[in-house]
Design a protein around this ligand. Structure first.
Ligand code: BES
Ligand code: MN
Ligand code: ZN
Length: 483
């Protein structure tokens, strides 16, 4: 069990030894290859100028084919022997590119199998496009026959290829974990995935399971998860022994039925993805550990299934959280903030330099910003600045929502300290974030209310599970923590 890729397809078996590694092998660059087909990236306005530098027959072919450099278009140019001499990828203009990201990943799918070498991009753009190319090679094939292999790319010059491969592997891990249905990704399986990741990187892992959650004071994780056949647990992974302390907390609700406040069928269909926060922090943890960042990392994942049974927690119950605060349960479907609260309280006890939670926490966040943006909360303007700049740099868009203090009153009910589901439903994502902040103690705190799912295929982002905010955070960490 020492390669990330070994987690799949054998997640249930925690003692994988083979080097059969679909993740690590598939999302990589091709070795430098003199025979690689040159792939010229051409903006619409630059086409005429480029054609003037080419032999007449090439220019004639390109014009005859009607290639205009439109974003997403491709053209193969044959040589005299009929083989592919070069390929063109249209790169449109700024205005067209602003409407998306990872544009060349779309071309990668349109080109015939083979090895290509990018020409004509500066290192910053080449970095985004090369990562997109790798991510576009992702497919979830645990239950289906393998897709034909993608066209491959030689790592462009000036690009940190090893870093991009690590980032792609982390993202692939996130996607695999989310895409795996709850029947094969219950709390036990999520724990096994964490164990495999910890083993790969020499991280330590402790898990508190079942009744021990009560004796060790994680009452809300226990209450939410106790009705499930696969019992609740808190996974606590630590890595690194020097540098600032970073604690990542991920919502690991392996399936969210809503509990006794049962979700209607249409709302329950996608709830295998309710461990998307856990999946995203694990992908980020892989990136941090594989890159060897000089920090002390802790990953806390409350892993539960919000199920229905005779022993399920009920509307009206009052739970006492780890930090002593009492919580009136007004909706058992607002379970994520409960399990996260106990995990955050534990994290806060060590006062790390930064604590970040990621969770598919509210439908309100999805309604507010849709599936393309990662909404996040932070009080510290230095953190905000670092994150926003990094997000733009690595094409991982985020959008700040406010920890709006005047709404604190909304999460304060009559007979307990906190209400897990304020009536009226105003500002649902904000009130959930305010709830979590009550458990973060004195740590600097950021929270992401992500969707974790891409509903329509886009370049580099196939339909299905997707990481959000992790790459932006990775890029921002050196500034956030003065690494
Ligand atoms: N996991 C859901 C949130 C969710 C739903 C995220 C759909 C993405 C898509 C969460 O546990 C939940 O059910 N939240 C409720 C809270 C409400 C009952 C206060 C919601 O958002 O409706
Ligand atoms: Mn819920
Ligand atoms: Zn949930």
């Amino acid at each position: 069990m020492d390669r990330l890729g070994d987690i799949y397809p054998s997640l249930k078996v925690c003692t994988v030894t083979s080097s059969n590694s679909p993740i690590a092998k598939s999302l990589t660059f091709a070795a430098t290859d003199a025979e690689a087909i040159p792939l010229h990236v051409i903006e619409s306005d630059a086409l005429d100028g480029w054609l003037e530098t080419q032999p007449d027959r090439t220019a004639a072919w390109v014009r005859a084919a009607g290639f205009t450099g439109a974003l997403g278009s491709t053209l193969l140019v044959p040589g005299a022997d009929g083989n592919i001499a070069l390929a063109l990828a249209g790169y449109g203009n700024d205005e067209a590119r602003r409407r998306g990201r990872f544009h060349l990943a779309a071309c990668a799918g349109a080109l015939p199998q083979g090895t290509y070498a990018l020409k004509g991009l500066d290192p910053a753009r080449a970095t985004e496009e090369a990562l997109g190319w790798l991510l576009g090679g992702y497919s979830f094939d645990r239950y289906a026959s393998q897709r034909p292999a993608n066209a491959r790319l030689v790592a462009p010059e000036g690009v940190d290829a090893a870093r991009l491969e690590i980032i792609a592997a982390g993202e692939a891990l996130t996607r695999d974990l989310i895409n795996t249905p709850a029947g094969d990704m219950g709390p036990t399986d999520l724990e096994a995935a964490c164990g495999a990741l910890a083993a790969e990187h020499g991280a330590a892992m402790e898990v508190i399971r079942g009744e021990a959650l009560l004796t060790q004071n994680f009452p809300m994780i226990h209450a939410v998860g106790r009705a499930a056949a696969d019992g609740p647990r808190l996974i606590d992974m630590t890595w690194g022994d020097t540098g600032p302390a970073l604690t990542l907390v991920g919502k690991g609700v392996c399936f969210d039925t809503g509990g006794l406040n049962l979700k209607p069928g249409a709302s329950m269909g996608l709830m295998k993805k309710d461990m998307g926060g856990a999946a995203t922090v694990l992908g980020l943890a892989h990136m941090i550990m594989a890159l060897g960042l000089r920090l002390r990392l802790r990953v806390l994942i409350p892993a539960v299934e919000n199920a229905v049974s005779g022993n399920a927690f009920r509307p009206g119950d009052i739970l006492t959280a780890r930090n002593g605060k009492t919580v009136e349960i007004n909706n058992t479907d607002a379970e994520g903030r409960l399990v996260l609260a106990d995990a955050l309280a534990l994290g806060a006890e060590a006062t790390p330099d930064l604590m970040v939670s990621m969770a598919t926490l509210t439908g309100a966040a999805r309604v507010a910003v849709g599936p393309d943006l990662a909404p996040y909360y932070a009080d510290d303007s230095a953190l905000v600045g670092a994150l926003e700049e990094a997000a733009a740099q690595v094409a991982d868009p985020v959008w700040r929502l406010p920890f709006h203090d005047p709404y604190e009153v909304m999460i304060e009910p009559g007979i307990a300290d906190l209400d897990n589901a304020p009536k009226g439903g105003f500002a649902g994502s904000i009130t959930a974030a305010l709830f979590l902040r009550r458990f973060a103690g004195d740590a600097k705190y950021m929270h992401f209310d992500i969707y974790g799912w891409n509903p329509t295929a886009a370049p580099a982002r196939p339909k299905g599970g997707v990481g959000m905010g992790a790459r932006a955070l990775l890029e921002a960490l050196p500034r956030m923590l003065a690494l």
